[in-house]
Design a protein around this ligand. Structure first.
Ligand code: PMM
Length: 299
């Protein structure tokens, strides 16, 4: 297991956390359309917590390769009621947005984490908002918007370049007033990383090197194309049939010290992080009576 980190407003369970995904979009990468209605999104988020999610990540803009942007008004219309109601139900809510305006309204509605796939690059106002609000912030490795991000997937040494670019972005956020203790780093699997090349696997293989940066690490491989491709037979495996592979990535990431994993199908991943924790401490938590009950129904 890796270094211990506690983030403001977020649970500390002494193991890798599970972030369950609720995409309130008609066109997301892996669960597009399923939770587009706010009422269904709220019920889905609540169910993810019952299945073992520690955090629920609510997003209103698809980042699938080639996706076009939606307006800030539309993004807010999608996410705000879902964030507000889940937070009111006692859920630790994260908002998946690149826009400071959306992040600000979501924090006012109760979000405790801003998950910015652009690492502060898409909106120059993001750093100020994160600094002034004091919320936890996921800074992901990013090289550009979805419409052309794969053309930027050119690396000589993918691990070193992703590490260097994350360090630069982190320093930029800190210069703008963000406290280093707010920051979580994410290598950005699938974002300007080609599934037909080794980019994503090289980053996972060297995951422990990301601890060099001194901040917690989030791994978000769930249902991504590098898994579909690995499991081709010879046709690429559909995204929704990659959940066992996602759970394998979760187990290995938890063992190598990931702070959290971001996943669509929560139950197998909630199981996986508990297995990794029990394996790592030899069952000490069971002996001490600290093992968690799996079902936190009623939150
Ligand atoms: N990937 C997606 C959306 N949000 N957030 C973080 N921090 N890291 C990611 O890799 C990431 C993300 C795209 O996946 P989805 O549309 O399948 O949820």
């Amino acid at each position: 297991m890796g270094p211990k980190h506690t983030l403001p407003g977020l649970p500390d369970r002494g193991r890798c956390l599970v972030m369950g995904v609720v995409n309130v979009t008609p066109d997301s990468f892996s669960d597009g359309g399923a939770w587009f209605d706010p009422g269904r999104a709220i019920e889905h988020g609540t169910r993810l917590v019952e299945e073992g999610a520690d955090i629920v990540d609510v997003g209103g803009e698809s980042t699938r390769p080639g996706a076009q942007r939606v307006s800030a008004e539309e993004e807010l219309r999608r996410v705000e009621p879902v964030v507000r109601e889940l937070a009111a139900r006692g859920v630790a809510v994260s908002v998946d947005t690149m826009r400071a305006e959306v992040a600000e309204r979501a924090v006012e509605a109760g979000a405790v984490l801003v998950n910015d796939v652009s690492g502060g690059m898409a909106d120059p106002a993001m750093a100020r908002l994160v600094a002034s609000s004091g919320v936890a912030y996921v800074l992901m490795h990013w090289r550009g918007h979805s419409h052309d991000m794969q053309s930027r997937a050119v690396y000589t040494d993918v691990v070193q370049e992703v590490l260097d670019e994350l360090r630069d972005r982190m320093e930029a956020m800190i210069s703008a007033g963000v406290d280093p203790g707010q920051i979580v780093l994410d290598p950005g699997l699938g974002f300007s990383k080609r599934p037909e090349q080794a980019h994503n696997w090289a980053l996972l293989h060297d995951l422990e090197r990301f601890h060099e940066l001194g901040r917690p690490v989030l791994v978000a491989g769930s249902r991504k194309r590098f898994l579909s491709r690995l499991l081709s037979d010879p046709k690429e495996r559909p995204f929704t049939e990659c959940d066992a592979a996602t759970a394998a990535v979760t187990t290995l990431s938890a063992d190598r010290g990931a702070w959290a994993v971001r996943v669509h199908d929560v139950r197998p991943n909630a199981d996986a992080v508990r297995v990794a924790a029990a394996w790592s401490d030899g069952g000490a938590r069971l002996d001490e009576g600290r093992a968690e009950p799996m079902d936190r129904g009623g939150l």
